[in-house]
Structure formats: structure tokens, C-alpha cells
Design a protein around this ligand. Structure first.
Ligand SMILES: C[S@@+](CC[C@H](N)C(=O)[O-])C[C@H]1O[C@@H](n2cnc3c(N)ncnc32)[C@H](O)[C@@H]1O
Length: 211
């Protein structure tokens, strides 16, 4: 199956971030409390963390205010990252910013914690999912943790005008494969800025020995 051309993804997301206020997009959270709680449940001091498709999310703000000193944010949209950097001001210098499509990215190091809220579910092609999982494996070692937040089986079928693949914790575990053991999962009803409800599946995985 073909991969989605990275250019069309970049153009889509740059347009979203250039034309919409970051606090008005459906996925906006002032404080990503569930992500933070899951991160804190596995974080050691110090732990390194990469937020995949972090966009203009405020997760990085809350992590900078806590114990995390080795932080990276990756996003396909330079416009999204510019928004986060402008908001953070001088604190942005303490973060590694990576503009890349996750399906084409070749990680050059390892992280202790991989976080993804509402990114993997946009990959509806098997080849794109496989490329994502290859990057995840390259960027983590056994013992690392991966936190995913995807639309639940009863969640929306589309987001930002794009189709999504919806997941339960077990279908996500099956897709990631035997290299990732499911430690915990939680359901969340996210209230959008417009007052709608979106059902999410959160899942915490531990990277296992390669099988
Ligand atoms: C729904 S938003 C979620 C943003 C953020 N994770 C949050 O929870 O606020 C999806 C994000 O994923 C980014 N994205 C989408 N596809 C991507 C890809 N293939 N590689 C990297 N980033 C991607 C978008 O630019 C956008 O910032």
C-alpha cells in the first residue's frame, strides 16, 4: 500500500496552524492532565521525552515547569512549532525542536518516554503505520515507555477534515506488535473548545526486547 505524500500532510497542517487560533482547535487542552499523569507515573529523574506531533500543545510548557530537562517536540508543521516557540519565549531554547514527518523521520538517538496524542490515528495506510512503528522502535530501547492517545472506537471518524483510524487499547497493542507490552489504558471524553465531546483511548506501553 502507498504511503501518503509528506508534502500534502505538511501543507494541510501548516494551513491549519496559520489560519486557526491554537486555543480554538478541537484538540486544544489548556493542561494535558491525563498525559501528564501517565508521564509522571513512569518518569524517573531525569527522563528524556519526545512529544510526537506535539504541534502547539501546552504539554511542553507543563513539562518544562516540572522535572523534565531533556525534551524534544517533533511535528510535520513548522508553523505549529513556531507558535509553541513564540509562546514559550526564552524557555523554548531548552527544547529540541524537530520539523519532520514521522513516517519519514530517522531518529539519531533514544528517548525514555515517547508521547503521542492524536497523531498516530491519522495514519490510515498500513505502510505509514509501519514506518511510524519503525521510527518508534529506533528511538526507544527496551524499558522505555510509549504513551498513546488515539480516538476511541466510539470516537470521531474524522479530525481536522482528515479520516482517522480509531483504536481500543487492545487493537492499538495488536498494531504496535509484540515489542510493546500494554501496562495500562484509560478512557477520556475530551471537551472541545466548541463544547463537543471526543472519546479518546489512552494507553501506556513498555518497550520489550525485540522479538
Ligand atoms: C490533532 S493535532 C494534536 C497536536 C498535539 N499532539 C496535541 O495533543 O495538542 C495533530 C498534530 O500532529 C501533527 N502531525 C500530523 N501528521 C504528522 C506526521 N505524519 N508527522 C508529524 N506530525 C504530524 C500535526 O501537525 C498536528 O500538530
Amino acid at each position: 500500500m502507498q504511503q501518503t505524500p509528506p508534502d500534502s500532510r505538511r501543507e494541510h497542517w501548516d494551513t491549519v496552524y496559520r489560519t486557526k487560533d491554537e486555543t480554538a482547535v478541537s484538540w486544544y487542552q489548556e493542561h494535558p492532565a491525563r498525559s501528564l499523569a501517565l508521564i509522571r507515573s513512569v518518569a524517573k529523574s531525569p527522563s528524556s521525552l519526545i512529544d510526537i506531533g506535539g504541534g502547539a500543545s501546552r504539554l511542553v510548557d507543563d513539562l518544562l515547569a516540572g522535572v523534565h530537562g531533556d525534551l524534544a517536540v517533533l511535528d510535520v508543521s513548522a508553523a505549529a512549532i513556531a507558535k509553541a516557540q513564540a509562546r514559550l519565549g526564552a524557555s523554548a531554547d531548552g527544547v529540541t525542536w524537530i520539523v519532520a514527518d514521522i513516517t519519514a523521520w530517522q531518529p539519531q538517538r533514544h528517548w525514555d518516554i515517547w508521547h503521542d496524542r492524536a497523531v498516530f490515528h491519522f495514519l490510515t495506510q498500513t505502510a505509514d503505520q509501519d514506518a511510524y512503528i519503525a521510527a518508534l522502535k529506533k528511538a526507544t530501547r527496551p524499558g522505555a515507555h510509549a504513551i498513546f492517545s488515539c480516538f476511541a472506537l466510539d470516537g470521531p471518524e474524522r479530525c481536522s477534515g482528515l479520516p482517522v483510524q480509531r483504536y481500543s487499547a487492545s487493537s492499538l497493542a495488536a498494531r504496535l506488535g509484540a515489542g510493546f507490552g500494554l501496562l495500562r489504558d484509560e478512557a477520556e471524553s475530551h471537551t472541545t473548545p466548541a463544547g463537543g465531546t471526543q472519546k479518546f483511548t489512552y494507553a501506556l506501553f513498555e518497550r520489550r526486547q525485540d522479538t
